[in-house]
Design a protein around this ligand. Structure first.
Ligand SMILES: [Zn+2]
Length: 148
């Protein structure tokens, strides 16, 4: 049977800053991130299965992404663990704060998301790509064929 790619799109808002960066993104600012997750697999051919004809039920994909990515990052401040600002430390006590062991660029967040999802893929389905838009015209993309 033919392999098919399916994609689901998510949107979340988050703030971040890029310490040591030589441009204005060194300051805390926000983005409306758009996340596209694409899986590849063969549609279920079991006519007795409620998932017949599906690679994966879109609602199952939605649940995984929502729980592991969107709920974590939406309306959070995302910072690198090596940030040492007193302002950030204060925010950590009062707000939704995600500290990551890397600079929270679009590229690094994309890899982080891909690696999180790779650990959660159901059998018979493969993560094909993760595309993360930081602005309507800028995105980074992880693709399985680039990383094998
Ligand atoms: Zn930014």
């Amino acid at each position: 049977m033919a392999k098919i790619r399916i994609t689901k799109e998510f949107v979340f808002d988050a703030a971040h800053n890029l310490p040591h960066y030589d441009g204005k993104c060194r300051n805390i600012h926000g983005h409306t991130y758009k996340l596209l997750v694409t899986l590849i697999g063969e549609p279920c051919s079991d006519i007795h299965s409620p998932k017949c004809g599906m690679v994966l039920d879109f609602s199952d994909l939605k649940q995984v992404i929502k729980e592991s990515i969107v709920d974590t990052f939406d309306h959070a401040l995302i910072v690198s663990a090596d940030s040492n600002s007193a302002c950030l430390k204060q925010f950590q006590e009062e707000g939704k704060f995600v500290e990551l062991p890397f600079q929270p660029t679009c590229e690094n967040l994309t890899v982080y998301i891909a690696e999180l999802l790779l650990r959660q893929m159901p059998k018979n389905v493969q993560l094909y790509s993760v595309r993360l838009y930081e602005t309507p015209t800028s995105y980074s993309e992880w693709v399985v064929t680039d990383n094998q």
